[in-house]
Write a protein that binds this ligand. Structure first.
Ligand SMILES: Cc1cc2ncn([C@H]3O[C@H](COP(=O)(O)O)[C@@H](O)[C@H]3O)c2cc1C
Ligand SMILES: O=C(O)c1cccnc1
Length: 339
């Protein structure tokens, strides 16, 4: 992978520079919604999605011509502890499957007309086992974030973010536990399908990870360095870059949302340009969404990751924008307004 020079302080500064919403564009969307041929408010959440889209694209009417799904992939040292139902080799093998068009996210991107990009982060070199100390050094973590920032190109108008990395629901649980407290068991779930004694091993790994790194986790960025992974750091970087580039974001499941939660913990406004595409069946996800104040767009019992739920939710956002732009007003269609 390319090696931009980066520090976590730079990332902290970029977060502090995050632009706010375009309130004029939002106001135009609110005003137009009132004129469209439907009872006031009848499109429910589609209306607030359109307003969000206008505010964060910074234009009215908002539209989606170039949606992109980005999947970042990384390997985790903690996977060697038997915290996943699948071997770590699957991460690399899935790269070939994505390239050949054989994964679920390929079919979903084709269906949504979304461009799919898959970026590997040093799969030959997993992060360190975080039950023993930090997963990453400062430079490696910042570099992974900078790499994620590069995935946000000009012209993209909606970005769905996902991940691939065997062991990463353990990292997600550790991040959530460190950032939001509770017990490790509150945040640990089956991931790819661990149950019984393996689930107890996974919970113990999360407890050990938070204990081993407690002193080093002086702020959320340090927490990401200690308990995250390369693909999770890249997701955090992509979210920062999308904000600067006025690209609204759809987050995927538990792993992607845990990466995003790092930014939220640093600044509660950091995810205002993000919606969560779906609620994963991984039980910690619902709990995490409540902490972030996020209402997921879909809830279909999916628990796959790889950007699948975020990509599926592109359909909802596209539909919202299409109604807003394409519907006739009462005046245009000569339809009587409220009595
Ligand atoms: C074939 C296969 C395809 C996947 N696509 C996404 N994941 C998902 O499963 C992994 C996280 O679960 P855990 O923490 O239990 O390892 C991640 O790679 C995630 O993207 C997959 C997992 C497998 C086995
Ligand atoms: O919700 C997720 O992100 C998830 C759930 C199970 C396995 N991998 C990812």
């Amino acid at each position: 992978m390319p090696q931009p020079i980066a520090t976590l302080d730079e990332m902290r500064r970029i977060l502090a520079m995050s632009p706010g919403p375009d309130e004029a564009a939002r106001a135009k969307a609110v005003a137009r919604e009132r004129l469209l041929t439907k009872p006031a408010g009848a499109l429910g959440r589609l209306e607030t999605i359109t307003e969000w889209l206008a505010a964060w694209q910074g234009r009215h009417p908002p539209d989606i011509r170039r949606p992109r799904t980005v999947v970042f992939a990384g390997n985790h040292g903690v996977a060697a502890r038997g915290v996943s139902a699948y071997p770590a080799s699957v991460t690399q093998q899935m790269m070939a499957n994505f390239a050949a068009g054989g994964a679920a996210v390929n079919q979903l991107c084709t269906t949504m007309d979304a461009d799919l990009r898959v970026y590997e982060l040093d799969l030959e070199h997993p992060t360190a086992d975080f039950t023993q100390g930090p997963a990453m050094g400062e430079e490696a973590c910042a570099r992974a974030m900078a790499y994620g920032m590069m995935a946000v190109e000009q012209g993209i108008d909606l970005l769905a973010l996902g991940e691939m990395g065997i062991g990463n629901t353990t990292a997600a649980a550790a991040l959530a536990h460190a950032l939001f407290g509770g017990t490790a068991a509150d945040w640990v779930g089956p991931g790819t399908g661990v149950a019984g004694p393996a689930l107890a091993t996974k919970t113990a790994a999360v407890e050990a990870a938070v204990a081993a790194n407690r002193a080093a986790m002086t702020d959320p960025f340090e927490t990401l360095r200690c308990l995250g992974g390369y693909e999770l750091a890249a997701i955090a970087g992509a979210i920062l870059a999308a904000r600067l580039g006025r690209v609204p974001v759809l987050l995927d499941g538990y792993a992607a949302t845990a990466a995003a939660a790092v930014l939220f913990a640093a600044d509660a406004r950091a995810l205002d340009h993000c919606l969560v595409g779906h609620c994963s069946a991984e039980p910690g996800h619902r709990r995490l969404l409540a902490r972030l104040g996020q209402e997921p767009l879909l809830d279909l019992g999916m628990r796959l990751g790889e950007g699948s739920g975020a990509t599926l939710a592109i359909a909802i956002v596209k539909a919202a924008a299409a109604c807003h732009a394409g519907m006739a007003t009462f005046a245009e269609a000569r339809v009587d307004g409220p009595a």
